[in-house]
Ligand binder design. Structure first.
Ligand SMILES: Cc1cc2nc3c(=O)[nH]c(=O)nc-3n(C[C@H](O)[C@H](O)[C@H](O)COP(=O)(O)O)c2cc1C
Length: 177
């Protein structure tokens, strides 16, 4: 069973981390399907049936994005709003996501030490992603441990970004089974 990676970056051409991660994902065409939301839906009109059929075909789904305002980029939030629909994802007949393993892969601009109660962010990443975990609980899917690279700013070295791409792939395969 292949992994579906749903990538949401509003400016992938200007990206360093997510663009490098994408390059790495493309080295595994037999194991990973890449689905780029901003490329697929430039006008933000999401084809809900197509997206639902795509998700139904995978048991392992990763959402990859840069953390924006402690949340998803807006097209990914819209994707959840549109695709996780009543009668499909939840409700008495909505069981299509039950048992699927889903996770987040995030590039985060700020330093890791700031994502703690004493740090400048004052919230942990686990707290920041609580809406995702609550959503998965609501639809009966399993939330996998998240993957993140911190300090993903313009100052991050190429070496650090390359290393994060390798760690991302390791993480992705480790939690697949
Ligand atoms: C609109 C916007 C909002 C951002 N919000 C956050 C944030 O809430 N927390 C944080 O640590 N970094 C934040 N950042 C920094 C991004 O997470 C960082 O630039 C991105 O992960 C780098 O990945 P990339 O090279 O793939 O673009 C923000 C950046 C932008 C442009």
């Amino acid at each position: 069973m292949k992994t579906l990676v749903i990538l949401a970056h509003p400016h992938l051409d200007a990206s360093r981390v997510n663009r490098r991660w994408k390059e790495e994902l493309l080295n595994y065409p037999d194991e990973i399907t890449l689905h780029e939301l901003y490329h697929e839906y430039p006008t933000w009109t999401i084809d809900v049936s197509k997206e639902q059929a795509l998700v139904e075909a995978y048991d392992h789904v990763i959402f990859q994005f840069p953390l924006y305002w402690y949340s998803y980029p807006p097209l990914l939030k819209k994707w959840f709003d549109d695709v996780f629909a009543y009668g499909w994802a939840y409700g008495s007949t909505g069981d299509k996501l039950k048992g699927k393993k889903m996770g987040l892969a995030m590039s985060i601009g700020d330093k890791k030490e700031n994502y703690q109660p004493e740090g400048s962010v004052s919230f942990t990443v686990e707290e920041v992603i609580a809406p995702f975990k609550a959503s998965l609980r609501h639809v009966g899917a399993e939330a996998l441990p998240y993957f993140a690279v911190f300090g993903a700013s313009f100052q991050a070295s190429d070496e650090k970004i390359d290393q994060s791409a390798i760690s991302y792939i390791d993480h992705l395969f480790r939690y697949k089974k």
